[in-house]
Design a binder for this molecule. Structure first.
Ligand SMILES: Cc1cc2nc3c(=O)[nH]c(=O)nc-3n(C[C@H](O)[C@H](O)[C@H](O)COP(=O)(O)OP(=O)(O)OC[C@H]3O[C@@H](n4cnc5c(N)ncnc54)[C@H](O)[C@@H]3O)c2cc1C
Length: 387
């Protein structure tokens, strides 16, 4: 297999989500240039999901290494760590208010703001937008030939799949695929909550609100732009979103039907649905098998959701993507050869990601099982966990 000097090895990253951007930036800080190929025509991170809590031991470590920690601290919402937990009757189980003098370890930042910060530091030409990878062909010398939908072809020494839940690169290392987790969500938004819906804004508080009961949930989070993003969550079979008959493109009728599904829930909780504005976004939650590993393959690896897609119930998805980026980047910087670096990174990553994937699955089962609010409160009080 051909090896080239470290500074000549060509590294391509597929996907400009938080994982791919963090990897490129940390490598750039160490003088190693990469190319990121992203299928979207421009940066779409701001339109894809809401507030993320960035953990001290993973996401924040990566930001320190990327030289962005101070900027992050200015943008992060430490009050976003507030957490309220209810059952369907409106009984409150937890009401945690973050102490702002004593900064917490998991402050919130909107996904768009986080990615803007990474992109700005990387420089404007670092991402090749409009490049959807359709095929990666392993060559005999350990390199990969990358084929894009727009006809472009590139040959690289290392291709990193940072291409998310339905990664194309993943099939180069394993035949396992993302599977439906048993949970379906409908995302709704309450825009400009403080001014337009003050009663709901006070009820929600400055961070997250979970209401759990009857194998359902209302999961709400205040975002940096003043909206409350709400995930109406249902433990249902895979086809339910298609078969339930809710017309998601007719929001008023959809709201009426959703209110029926939460018919015996307290009015304070149903107010999230009544107050929703604009589009609704149905989505199924997928996950990879917990503990997925693969045997090392030359010239290719995965980071983030591509490697260990997990349900969002440990709040770890973005943190793992950024930790993977950090570990892989440091291994590449330290090792002379990208393939040795991949081996070092993968062994570490398999261990920490499988522990968190298991935790995430346990939390999902708990949140949609019987006595969910009580059980989640007991668990969090026992371990002083944060959602
Ligand atoms: C409803 C919901 C709520 C969540 N809440 C949280 C939370 O509170 N905290 C948390 O930590 N995580 C949360 N997550 C998970 C988090 O969003 C992901 O774990 C994180 O975005 C993973 O980052 P990534 O860079 O690996 O992948 P992604 O963010 O998915 O980025 C992948 C990128 O690859 C691009 N791409 C895909 N295929 C191709 C291709 N063929 N060619 C070129 N480009 C391609 C995509 O366009 C995208 O830009 C949540 C997820 C969901 C669904």
């Amino acid at each position: 297999m051909m090896t080239t000097a470290k500074n000549q090895q060509r590294i391509a990253i597929i996907g400009a989500g938080p994982g791919g951007l963090t990897l490129a930036l940390i490598l750039q800080k160490h003088g190693i240039q990469t190319v990121i190929y992203e299928r979207e025509p421009f940066d779409m991170n701001g339109q894809r999901g809401g507030s993320l809590d960035i953990h001290e031991e993973s996401g924040q470590r990566a930001l320190r290494e990327a030289g962005l920690y101070e900027q992050f601290q200015k943008l992060a919402r430490y009050e976003g760590e507030d957490f309220r937990l209810f059952d369907k009757t409106g009984k409150i189980y937890m009401d945690e208010v973050a102490e702002l003098d004593d900064k917490g370890t998991r402050p919130e930042i909107d996904r768009g703001t986080l990615c803007d910060m990474l992109l700005e530091s990387l420089g404007s030409n670092s991402v090749q937008y409009g490049h959807k990878l359709i095929r990666a062909v392993p060559l005999n010398n350990g390199q990969h030939e990358l084929h894009f939908e727009n006809g472009y072809v590139d040959t690289v020494d290392l291709v990193v799949g940072a291409d998310g839940a339905f990664s194309r690169i993943r099939q180069l290392v394993t035949d396992r695929d993302a599977e439906y987790s048993g949970l379906s969500m409908i995302e709704i938004n309450v825009l400009n909550a403080a001014a337009a819906h003050p009663e709901l804004a006070v009820f929600n508080g400055r961070g997250k609100m979970f209401a759990l009961d009857d194998h359902k949930g209302i999961l709400a989070q205040l975002n940096g732009d003043g909206r409350i993003r709400v995930y109406l969550s249902f433990e249902k079979e895979r086809g339910w979103l298609d078969q339930c008959g809710i017309p998601f493109d007719q929001p008023e009728e959809a709201k009426r039907q959703l209110l029926e599904l939460y018919g015996d829930w307290d009015e304070s909780l149903k107010l999230y649905i009544r107050s929703a504005d604009g589009d609704m976004l149905p989505r199924r939650i997928y996950m990879l098998p917990v503990g997925l590993r693969w045997s090392r393959k030359p010239g290719v690896t995965l980071i983030g959701d591509a490697a260990h897609l997990m349900s969002p119930f440990a709040g770890e998805g973005v943190n793992m993507a950024m930790l993977d980026a950090l570990e892989l980047a440091l291994a590449i910087v330290q090792d002379g050869d990208v393939n040795q670096a991949v081996g070092t990174y993968e062994e570490k990553m398999f261990v920490y990601s499988s522990q968190l994937a298991e935790e995430s699955l346990d939390n999902l089962k708990l949140c949609f099982g019987d006595e969910a609010a009580r059980n989640l409160a007991d668990l969090m009080n026992q371990y002083h966990l944060q959602p």
